[in-house]
Design a protein around this ligand. Structure first.
Ligand code: 3H9
Length: 655
């Protein structure tokens, strides 16, 4: 196998070129190749060395697929130290995404330059890790303690100009990185600029309380996670000790994190997310249909959010409603959302205006005649949906993709009312649709391969994470929510309170406890959906009697000021004895004896419900693989990524 690292002597500059697609990850062969190149440069007439990458990016980090296997020498920290100790100046030239161990290679180099379009970051925290090749020690020496903590605890990359301002790099070039870097090195050589080692820099003065401030902030923001706290510990060591001691501490802490459950879960999730984009039986690079214009039917919360999602990604959108009033209402919600985004600093005023300008309103289906894709987003009435699809069949151009945003309905039955079921698909967005990353792509029995491939690709353009689901009631996510919700109701009847269940699940890491979620979604939604179901699908009445009684008492959830909780004017949930009374009465009605229930039992019971249904979903071929279910739950239902998703957690915990 040829080495992925090539060394050449160009004039008096030694050039180390890494060419290891797709992202120049620092696998064993790359690490060895860099060491061999340094050997060559040490022994030749080079006066300086350049490290640069081929392909779309500078090294995007250590090779994650090697993690969890026995480490093989040379280790990355040794490679970085060898670069730094080199007695000829070493320059790193960055493009694309210089991330993690990739940026640590650059931190080992004596000088750093980047293309203006480059992104620079230390995202290890997202894998439950910390920069383990000197990053926690060199970054604060170059950029200061606060900037280093921000970069590493958030994991969010910065652009080249911000990196320059922070002192992380020395030069930004607009084009021709290799040429510009070579010219700069020639200058350095002329000036006799020798090696300049980050490890030898002192750490700039900082507020001694900064570490505890970050610990407290991260305990809230990254609740339950160990890696962000470990990063603070390492930077504190950098500030308190010599480089070598700090480096040893970093190494030991890195190895502990690597061996822990959280990093295993996050690494699983990293690959799960990428795997989800691959569709079984669909050739890589399968043909797709061009999509530039989109019609959305229904200007409610979902339709408006979907319209924004497309407009924000540059598509021309036509939002169709049944009347001028309904259209005005829909567009004014869109306007309000854009104003909110500007206020919160998420969008500039100009960008918001440009995005908003891409959304046109209409009450006439004729305006959908030429669009490439239509998404129906009206309420869950199967008859209405079929009516709309029959109309679309008569209106839209041949080849247009006809999608439904239904959360539950049978996509095949909807497709069957058209003369082109091959063009029909489900695109299930999650609310708020312009923010939530998950997109369930529902493959109907007759959905054509190119329609599916187009929608998977489209999701990427929308910056969503697509997961393919087969057709069943509720698809992957909402189908799993049903047994989960039923167990919640049984736990209430058996003795747990709403507050206890929510606290237990939030303690586990869920973004929000189930009863708060039900209240937020509106208890009337489930009530109406249940009424439309045949008795055999409703299941045991004990699993829905309490919410039914709440709805009948006018407690529809947060929107009516009361549901499983009472809500104060700020929307804060307050436990309500009236609800306890309804629960106790219902338990008596069903002859259920109430008892003390521990938090661990609550968590285990609810996770089992998810895992059991998840296994059925895979066995039936509704989901392609268990890891797809993890992606659905993390991106759509607030499941903590650091637990890996319900299926990963279930397997690890032996459920
Ligand atoms: C680290 O560096 C630890 C050190 O501090 C200390 C060590 C001692 N390794 O995302 P994409 C694969 S931890 C292996 O679809 P994009 C990926 O699986 C690391 N494989 O492309 C996919 O494979 P496939 C810190 C990797 O353009 C393919 O490349 N670094 C790695 O949307 C394309 O990926 C990170 O956490 C890797 N490091 O995004 C960065 N990275 O085609 C992680 C990617 O078979 N990577 N692959 O499915 C990323 O954030 C994105 O991949 C990146 C490109 C932004 C680079």
């Amino acid at each position: 196998m040829p080495s992925p690292v090539n060394y050449t002597l160009t004039g008096d500059i030694g050039v180390i070129t890494i060419d290891h697609p797709p992202v120049n990850a620092l696998s064993l062969a790359v690490r060895q190749g860099i060491m061999d190149s340094l050997d060559a440069a040490a022994g030749d007439a080079s006066r300086a060395v350049l490290i640069i990458c081929e392909g779309r990016t500078f090294c995007a980090g250590a090779d994650i697929s090697e993690f969890g296997k026995p480490p093989e020498e040379p280790w990355l920290p040794a490679v970085v130290n060898r670069i730094e100790a080199f007695d000829k100046p070493v320059v790193a030239a960055l493009h694309g995404t210089a991330l993690g161990g990739g940026f640590e290679i650059a931190l080992g180099a004596h000088y750093r330059c980047a293309l203006a379009s480059a992104k620079i970051g230390l995202p290890e925290v997202r894998l439950g890790l910390l920069p383990g090749a000197g990053g926690t020690q060199r970054t604060p020496r170059l950029a200061g303690v606060g900037a280093a903590l921000d970069l590493m605890t958030s994991g969010v990359p910065v652009d080249a100009h911000r990196a320059l301002a922070a002192g992380l790099i020395d030069r930004v070039f607009d084009a021709d990185l290799a040429d510009a870097a070579m010219a700069w090195i020639a200058e350095l050589v002329d000036e006799d600029a020798g090696p300049r080692r980050a490890s030898e820099l002192p750490i700039a003065a900082h507020d001694g309380g900064i570490f505890d401030q970050y610990r407290a902030r991260l305990a809230k923001k990254a609740r339950g996670q160990v890696a962000p706290q470990a990063i603070v510990d390492c930077v504190e060591q950098a500030a308190m000790t010599e480089f070598a001691d700090g480096e040893a501490f970093e190494r030991e802490t890195f190895m502990k994190l690597m061996a822990g459950d959280q990093s295993a879960a996050l690494r699983h999730f990293f690959f799960a997310e990428r795997e989800a984009a691959k569709v079984e039986g669909l050739a890589m690079g399968a043909q797709t249909r061009p999509i530039e214009s989109v019609g959305i039917i229904g200007g409610g919360t979902m339709g408006g959010g979907i319209a924004m999602s497309f407009a924000n990604a540059g598509f021309a959108v036509t939002l169709v409603e049944i009347s001028d009033e309904a259209l005005d209402r829909g567009l004014s919600i869109v306007d309000r959302n854009y104003t909110g985004s500007v206020k919160r600093g998420k969008l500039s005023e100009d960008a918001a205006a440009a995005n908003r300008a891409r959304i046109a309103g209409s009450t006439d289906y004729a305006n959908l005649a030429d669009v490439d894709l239509v998404i129906e987003a009206v309420f869950e009435d199967p008859g209405l949906k079929k009516e709309i699809f029959a109309r679309l069949d008569g209106t839209c151009k041949p080849g247009a993709i006809l999608a439904t945003n239904t959360s539950y309905q049978d996509v095949d039955a909807i497709a069957a009312v058209t003369g082109r079921p091959q063009d029909v698909i489900g695109l299930h967005f999650f609310s708020p649709a312009h923010i939530m990353k998950l997109l369930e792509v529902v493959r109907g029995e007759k959905t054509a391969d190119d329609v599916l491939a187009t929608c998977m690709q489209l999701a990427k353009r929308l910056r969503k994470v697509p997961v393919v689901s087969g057709v069943c009631y509720g698809f992957i996510g909402n189908r799993m929510l049903r047994p989960y919700g039923k167990q919640v109701q049984l736990l209430l009847l058996e003795g747990a309170s709403p507050g206890q269940i929510d606290a237990a699940m939030e303690g586990f890491g869920m973004a929000m406890g189930p009863l708060r979620v039900f209240d937020l979604a509106g208890l009337d939604v489930g009530y109406k959906a249940r009424q439309a179901l045949p008795d055999e699908m409703k299941g045991d009445p004990a699993t829905y009697r309490v919410p039914e009684l709440l709805v009948e008492a006018g407690r529809l959830g947060q929107k009516s000021g009361a549901g499983f909780y009472r809500y104060d004017d700020d929307g804060k949930p307050i436990p309500d004895p009236a609800v306890d009374e309804i629960i106790e009465r219902t338990a008596q009605e069903f002859g259920i004896e109430r008892r003390e229930i521990g938090d661990d039992e609550i968590v285990e019971c609810l996770l089992r419900a998810l895992v059991d249904e998840g296994r059925k979903i895979v066995a039936e071929g509704i989901a392609q693989r268990e890891s797809d279910i993890d992606v659905v739950y993390v991106y759509g239902y607030g499941f903590p990524a650091w637990r890996g998703g319900p299926m990963h957690y279930g397997a690890a915990a032996g459920l």
